[in-house]
Design a protein around this ligand. Structure first.
Ligand SMILES: Nc1nc2c(ncn2[C@@H]2O[C@H](COP(=O)(O)OP(=O)(O)O)[C@@H](O)[C@H]2O)c(=O)[nH]1
Ligand SMILES: [Mg+2]
Length: 440
């Protein structure tokens, strides 16, 4: 049986109201001890809270939930106290004196999971919703919490179970009676599933990028105007701008909300050969960041000549946005050579709107979708790929041995089942819940 836990569910510090939640079999006794009487379940009651010695802690709203009709599924309570540090401390002391244990991170949600109130993918949705900084992140997290991700995986799993039933029905036949059309019957549904899972893995980045943020790198030669563009896009002086080539060394990352999506815009060192070990390291970091980025803004100084921009060319991909910077200055040979790039001036603001729109267009094209993504974390992608490899093997085994094919289909179903966590080992659960905040 579980013990009774408590935690501050709101952010620590000074606030109008702070919520302390309690969950576990001792919750009813705790409410009685602190408020002096039994409360009506699921009704807000205004009570004077007192510690064991009778000292007044606060005048507060208390909510009492009788399990299983609570977030955790256990008996639980919430104290909505005044949000001052001293009041919080007094209540904490009183709960400790009553023998309660401070909750571990995510322990309330883990209890909810263990009592079947939500599955693992939904629990991840809870954590994502708390971490969400943009509307798109929140929308995705809320849908996942509502079961959108679980439903997709469960639908695939039930198709697998159907295929499995077909195979298992035939396993018991003696060899000579084995229906020759088994492979003909079982392979179309397996093939259809493989195609669906393949498609889900392929578009797998969409959900993950919404959740983790879309990474945009500014790259180009030294002095091209990258740092000036970062500052103009961010609306503040995040990076140092000078006319000295090689000023930027560290990668300067600025989190941004673009069209409701979370993005991380990075300014990087100008790409050039250098003898200075510090600059060399800066260039190495610039390359690494740019290679991993989801979009590169390739900045070319349109007023220059000398083809310094060609140094960064190997980093660009066809979907990147080429920018002709310093469009307010007379055009030089480099500008002529880079015709077709978007003319922009950080100094006058010319072209900035078009640049913002171009970036928004790229983000929306990469992240927007009508269906809920099948993958929002690396964990889901790994399980999908696992299921796919078993299915591919099952398809091959089908013609030789229905037993072997059935075993692989079973393993594929197991992998998909792990997305909702029904059959996950303790250590996997520990990992997922450890990333939660305390009080959730
Ligand atoms: N006229 C003009 N000068 C610019 C513009 N953007 C940057 N510069 C100048 O170009 C030099 C290098 O700019 P910076 O942003 O540090 O380039 P970075 O090395 O690519 O980061 C600085 O002297 C800036 O003032 C622009 O749009 N117009
Ligand atoms: Mg710079």
């Amino acid at each position: 049986m579980s013990d009774t836990i408590f935690a501050l569910a709101t952010a620590p510090g000074r606030s109008a109201v702070a919520v302390v939640r309690v969950s576990g079999p001792g919750s009813g006794k705790v409410v009685e001890a602190i408020t002096g009487k039994k409360l009506k379940a699921r009704k807000a009651s205004l009570r004077t809270l007192c510690d064991v010695a009778g000292g007044v802690i606060d005048e507060a709203l208390v909510l009492w939930f009788e399990g299983p009709a609570s977030y955790t599924g256990e008996d639980a309570a919430e104290f909505h106290i005044h949000g001052g540090p001293a009041v919080i401390e007094s209540l904490t002391d009183a709960l400790l004196a009553l023998g309660l244990r401070p909750a571990d991170p995510g322990e309330f949600t883990r209890r909810a999971f263990e009592r079947g109130k939500l599955d693992l993918a939904q629990a991840e949705g809870v954590a994502d919703l708390i971490d969400a900084q943009t509307k798109a992140q929140a929308k995705q997290a809320l849908a996942q919490l509502g079961g959108a991700l679980s439903e997709r995986h469960e639908a695939w799993r039930s198709r697998l179970i159907e295929a499995l039933a077909l195979l298992e029905a035939n396993v018991d036949f003696p060899d000579e009676d084995l229906p020759s059309d088994l492979a003909d019957k079982a392979s179309p549904p397996l093939k259809a599933l493989i195609a669906d899972l393949d498609a889900a893995v392929l578009e797998g980045d969409r959900g993950r990028l919404v959740r983790e943020g879309f990474r945009i790198a500014l790259i180009g030669a030294p002095n091209a105007g990258k740092s000036s563009l970062l500052n103009a896009l961010a609306g503040r002086d995040a990076a140092i701008v000078t006319d000295i080539a090689g000023t930027t060394r560290d990668v300067v990352e600025v989190p941004m909300d673009i069209a409701g999506y979370r993005a991380l815009l990075a300014d990087t060192a100008g790409i050039r050969a250098s003898d200075d070990p510090i600059e060399q390291e800066g260039v190495r970091r610039a390359r690494a960041w740019a290679e991993d980025a989801d979009l590169r803004l390739w900045v070319i100084d349109g007023s220059a000549s000398g083809e310094a921009w060609r140094e960064a060319m190997d980093l660009t991909k066809p979907t990147d946005i080429p920018i002709l910077a310093k469009a307010d200055l007379p055009i030089g040979a480099d500008g002529e050579a880079a015709a077709g790039a978007l003319p922009v001036s950080a100094a006058t603001g010319e072209g900035m709107l078009a640049l913002r729109e171009a970036i928004e267009g790229k983000i929306i094209a990469a992240l927007a979708g009508s269906e809920f993504p099948a993958v929002t974390r690396a964990r889901h992608a790994a399980l999908l790929k696992d299921a796919l490899s078993h299915l591919t093997r099952a398809l091959v085994a089908l013609r030789q041995s229905p037993e072997l094919a059935a075993e692989d289909v079973r393993l594929a179903a197991r992998a998909l089942g792990r997305v909702t966590g029904r059959i996950d080992p303790e250590d996997v659960l520990d990992q997922v819940f450890a990333k939660f905040c305390i009080g959730k």
